[in-house]
Design a protein around this ligand. Sequence first.
Ligand SMILES: Cc1ncc(COP(=O)(O)O)c(C=O)c1O
Length: 416
Amino acid sequence: MTKNNFSVEEVRAQFPALRFQNKDQVFPIYFDGPGGTQMVQGCIDRMLEYIETGMANLHGTFSTSIKTDALLEEAKQAVADLLNCSPREVAFGQNMTSLAFQVASSLKPSLQKGDEIVVTQLDHRANVDPWIFLAKETGAVVRFIPVDKEKLVLDLTNINSIINEKTKVVAIGLSSNLTGTISDAKKLFEAAKKVNAITIADAVHAVPHLSVDFQELQSDILFCSAYKFFGPHLGIAAIKKALFEQLEIPKLQPAPSEIPYKLETGTQNHEAIAGLCGTISFIESLGTGENRRQRLQAGMKAIEAHEEELMASLQNFLRSIPEVTLYRASEEIKKTPTFAFRIKGIHSREATEFFAEKYNLCIADGHFYASTMAEVFPVMDTGGWIRIGFAPYNTLEEIEIFKKALKDLLLMKSRE
Ligand SMILES: Cc1ncc(COP(=O)(O)O)c(C=O)c1O
């Protein structure tokens, strides 16, 4: 049995950045979760503890080195429980993008001319360009799963021809960092597995909002990034043992050739890895259950339930404002609490500047590297999209302030 343990006041108390006022003594309202969340106290504590009690490199005889070896193992086990994989399948790196390029390069021997790689129009380019690079290097062909412009979901009409006998890699984002659309990656990976393709999941925007299950997804490779889920700037890759062992990753001659260490080229960010342990403990503290995996799943469910409530409030409001065009899939499609919209007659940068200056609202604008979408919907002439994305520390009261800010902006513009 798993249970939730969620109180937004208690959660907020664990994020020191929320108490840091601007020059006008206004508290910040962080609505840019998809760009990166604030760091939870447990993460900061573990990071500081690692630094203050002595840092070291690996595999030494002295205590701080022994401590660092143990820390890396602890962190891999924590990630394994978060994602449901083995700690031997978990590797750390600078960020998701760098890890994806590294993996793309090491997949070169698995592909040849005429093979096909499938990516999507909905995805962040970090889950597109590394695979385009792989295609260029090997002579493979890249095929895009298009986005349905009306429904804002992947258009799977021609999926049986897009994923075919020639397909060797299928890279799918679990959820869009622009529209919040959650794609049915499991179904696409099942199709990919039928033709023995390698399946790659970009879980960067999913892990902060959903309980992700590496095994159940049938993904061979999964990426996420801890700074998107209340942690440090640190990239994470989970790679199925059998595939990981085969990967030819460029490495220094004396460096380990065993998994998962062979992907961790050079010295890792040990303090960030310490922080990650505290971050995962925070998620665990939000749920109850018999083991850590269950508590993490329950913790993520608690976050989801809170964010559902926030989502409903903002969605209803945005839909009620005639000047707002919201890019959001319909009710039956599952989505993360991430809203992309534009305001008629107002450049997106002008709007976010207004929100920031007048209300200390941290709201981003642009294409968010989901830039294929900015070609499908040519929006960049007016600054792209305005994006609001929630984190567990956001509240209904903060949304009310945004509603006031938007009405204020519209009023000001109507008077110009
Ligand atoms: C969906 C998605 N994938 C990949 C990335 C890239 O992650 P990183 O910054 O760790 O390279 C991002 C970052 O915004 C993202 O939102």
